[in-house]
Design a protein around this ligand. Structure first.
Ligand SMILES: Nc1c(C(=O)O)ncn1[C@@H]1O[C@H](COP(=O)(O)O)[C@@H](O)[C@H]1O
Length: 152
């Protein structure tokens, strides 16, 4: 994520990965404020064994796109909600990548963070049957937790 202030949102991705018993590293990396850290992370991520990158950022959210430009790993972008423009700035700057450098863009905020983790799990599940089973279970639990009728 681009800043400590993104953690309240990105923690939902971390919690979802925890629930699926998928290992991850949570880092603050900013294309704007720590470009060298981003360069080093993105260029070495595949060799270090990372399989998917989830990049959450807000405002002029260049982090996901810049990460995608420097790693062949799938990059999932989570737009942060912002005070000034309600996250539309984050959304559009993550979404509108030029052809050739894809970022899989999720919804703004908490739902996007959770779905980024689930999408990362689905990517990993293609080659990991244990993760596939845990993801099936997670989805089955979600389905059975939805009540048919409203409370009142
Ligand atoms: N969008 C980016 C990048 C980047 O894209 O590299 N680095 C920080 N930020 C964003 O700036 C917002 C405000 O950050 P602060 O709260 O630290 O001022 C955060 O949502 C962060 O993701």
């Amino acid at each position: 994520m681009g800043s400590q202030s993104d953690w309240a949102t990105m923690k939902h991705a971390a919690d979802t990965l925890d629930a699926l018993k998928i290992g991850y590293e949570a880092l603050i990396v900013s294309a704007h404020r720590t470009p060298k850290r981003l360069y080093e992370f993105a260029h070495s991520a595949r060799d270090k064994g990372f399989k998917v990158v989830i990049a959450g950022a807000g405002g002029a959210a260049h982090l996901p796109g810049m990460a995608a430009s420097m790693t062949p790993l799938p990059v999932l972008g989570v737009p942060m909600n912002t005070h000034a423009l309600e996250g539309k700035d984050s959304l559009l700057s993550i979404l509108q990548m030029p052809g050739g450098i894809p970022v899989g863009t999720l919804a703004i905020g908490k739902a996007g963070a959770i779905n980024a983790a689930l999408l990362a799990a689905a990517i990993l599940a293609l080659s990991d049957s244990k993760i596939a089973k845990r993801l099936d279970l997670w989805r089955a639990r979600q389905t059975s937790s939805v009540k048919k009728k409203p409370k009142d």
